[in-house]
Ligand binder design. Sequence first.
Ligand SMILES: [Zn+2]
Length: 267
Amino acid sequence: MFIYTPPSLHSRSVSKANDPMHAAKHFKRAQQDPRYDTFHFTSHDNPHISTEALEEITGDMTALSYRQEILAEDVEEAPGALWTRGTLDACRISRAPESLIRVVIGVDPPGGATECGIVGAGIALCKCKGVEEMHGFVLADESLRDSPDKWAARVVSTYDRLEADKVLGESNFGGDMVANTIRTVDPQIRYEDVHASRGKAVRAEPIAALFEQGKVHLVREFPALESELTGWEPGRGQKSPNRLDAMVWALTSLMKPRRTISMALIE
Ligand SMILES: [Zn+2]
């Protein structure tokens, strides 16, 4: 037997769990698994709470809190997040186009004990909206938490596997660290340094808008990347979303959204 309550806004923001939606995901899987019987109860089903008491409690709740606390819904997206689950599911496709025009690997190096974000993306002409347009495709999330030689090796293997044109590495505080670390593994790699001259949210927003416009596709599923996209809320001081950042670098370079960021070419 497994019982849980969905995380509320408050509990989620103080949770130390790597994935605050862990229990919710278990429940979702169990609902689709014939070996389990699953039950969902709201506060209205509780015989020990009167209708009057419920009305009083819910009087000053936001709609979101009401859904979480009273209806016991698993609201998967954070209210201030730039991406929603609905947007991500709508843009998902099952295979990448064969004629990718350019492929790049975005790398957001770890700051301290965080992960190294490694995301591969490409562009191709796409007819999904009836007319032929250049669309972006998220092809791989190979992010990992490991020593520099290990993440550099992962960058190189992803670059080789996707036959990428270039690696884009963020070099805000590391100087040449990212380039040097990757070149230790493969001196031939085509590499470009990118600098974050503007805040993460300013960089991420035009990319989130491209998703909303249906101009970027996720090729299959990237659970860890997707929970960063739907869980990261600008300005709330959350743990740095390295996968999100790596994806934003890659897609910004490929799709050059109008409100683009300045990228300095080092070599
Ligand atoms: Zn498309």
